[in-house]
Design a protein around this ligand. Structure first.
Ligand code: PHE
Length: 463
């Protein structure tokens, strides 16, 4: 039973599953927002350069370590150097924390999909609808539990029969849906209060044109850090997920090609998400309507959909279904990474491990989803914002732990195990590791410095 196909069927399966983890709410609500805020094409340009250098370095490291050791974070880092077991444990804790709130967001998205499917699109566009929903004591919990249960069920079914099967279906559908919505977005037109005609194409131009207006060194650095933190959240690196997925990749799979495809998929969906959201928001509310995070997806977009008239219902359904697929495949990767680490530590089988973790996470995610009602808090965070339970979990895992772990892992690989450790694995299937030189320089010199800067910035130490 333990030996039930603990690997992906091949390269395509691996790429779709890894892309499933990478493509999530980060692509749908964070990338478009940052692009609109950080100078459009300028942000996109910087992001591209970072994907190909920095993102590539972290992704290669995680996946190669996983495949080489055939273990998850705790076992893998211990195998590289027993003194660094603590880094494995720290890394393992990131998905442990993320799982408590990603399911809550998944629950909200599920709720909105249900709302649009049952013909209540208009009520979702009313002021206060979202706040009313998340501050209610029962409904958010029910949707969160549902989302957690579905995630657990898929993971229970195993690497190939659960995770890979679902990703093979959801990822292509997701891609088609976002492309179709983006094309529709570009055809939109409306006249604003001052009688000016706004078109989707103008919105696209706004999105893609690099805007250097008011660019100072300080602002440039801010954009750089925004792009960097977005990037490694988006690629799901430095949290052990890609180590776990790497451990399921067969030796004959070409890692170079797979990693290129994962980078391409994740960045492509982020770009298209921008082309789907920015022009639509631009046409109906102007770019001032681009808000961050949840309020973009749950407050601004429902209003935009409503302004589209009858088509808005169809677009809303397509959008929330694609968002469910994006979130579900990401949430699966989070849970799988926890499960795999626990199986390594406790030597338990998949079924039992998933069952125990499901009970724990049903309880934990219910608590977090009550963070806007029964367990409402206002905690000032070091980065200057004030957060509820969900934001606190997000802050600890993404702003605090991830850059710290990335920093430590670049030191471990670059200076203790040496880049050859990873390079050897990248060439294990007999393929050429094209960006080998780049990798060595990045992992030893550039990435540690950038990670330190990001860590200091996101913890508020560096103003
Ligand atoms: N990569 C996902 C995204 O872009 C986020 C994510 C974070 C996924 C953590 C899994 C784990 O939204």
């Amino acid at each position: 039973m333990e030996k039930k196909a603990n690997h992906f069927s091949g390269q395509l399966g691996f790429v779709l599953v890894a892309a499933g983890s990478a493509v999530g709410v980060g692509n749908l609500w964070r990338f478009p927002y940052l692009a609109a805020k950080d100078g459009g094409g300028l942000f996109i340009l910087i992001y591209f350069v970072l994907v190909l250098t920095f993102g590539f370095t972290l992704l290669v490291s995680d996946i190669a370590i996983g495949r080489k050791t055939k273990k998850s974070a705790i076992g893998a880092y211990t195998e590289i150097n027993p003194k660094w077991r603590f880094l494995g444990i720290l890394t393992f804790l990131v998905p442990v924390i993320i799982m408590t709130y990603y399911t809550v967001i998944g629950g909200w998205i599920t709720k909105y999909a249900v709302v649009y499917l049952t013909g209540q699109a208009e009520s979702a566009a009313q002021d206060g609808y979202f706040t009313g929903f998340i501050t209610a004591p029962v409904a958010p919990v029910i949707f969160t539990l549902l989302f957690t249960g579905v995630t657990a069920f898929i993971v229970y079914n195993g690497v190939q029969d659960g995770i890979e099967r679902v990703s093979r279906y959801m990822m292509p559908v997701l891609l088609v849906l976002v492309v179709v919505i983006a094309i529709y977005s570009l055809t939109l037109k409306s006249t604003d209060a001052d009688g000016n005609l706004r078109t989707g194409m103008q919105g696209l131009v706004y999105y893609l044109t690099p805007n250097f207006e008011g660019l100072t060194i300080k602002r440039f650095l801010q954009i750089l850090l925004d792009a960097m933190s977005q990037l490694f959240f988006s690629l799901s690196v430095s949290m052990g997920i890609m180590i776990t997925y790497g451990s399921y990749v067969k030796k004959e799979v070409n890692l170079n090609k797979s990693i290129r495809q994962i980078e391409f998929f994740d960045t492509g969906v982020a770009l298209i998400a921008g082309a789907m959201i920015i022009p639509a928001v631009y046409v109906f509310s102007g770019v001032e309507g681009m808000s961050a995070g949840p309020s973009l997806m749950f407050v601004s977009l429902p209003k935009v959909f409503s302004a589209m008239g009858k088509m808005g219902v169809v677009v809303g359904i397509a959008f929330f279904i694609s968002a469910i697929f994006a979130t579900l495949t990401s949430c699966i990767s989070v849970l799988e990474s926890i499960v795999a680490n626990c199986m390594d530590i406790f030597h338990t089988g998949r079924e039992k491990t998933v069952k125990v973790l499901t009970v724990i996470y049903l309880a934990a995610s219910a608590v977090i989803s009550l963070g806007y009602s029964i367990f409402y808090l206002e905690i000032p965070l070091p980065n200057g914002s004030v957060g509820q339970l969900l934001d606190i979990m997000d802050y600890i895992s993404n702003s605090f732990m991830m850059p710290f772990i990335a920093l430590l892992s670049t030191i471990l690989i670059g200076w203790i195990a040496k880049p050859e450790y990873v390079i050897g694995e990248m060439e294990a299937s007999g393929d050429k590791f094209g960006r080998k030189g780049l990798y060595s320089i990045m992992i030893r010199f550039v990435a540690p410095v950038m990670m330190l800067a990001l860590f200091l910035q996101s913890t508020g130490i560096l103003g």
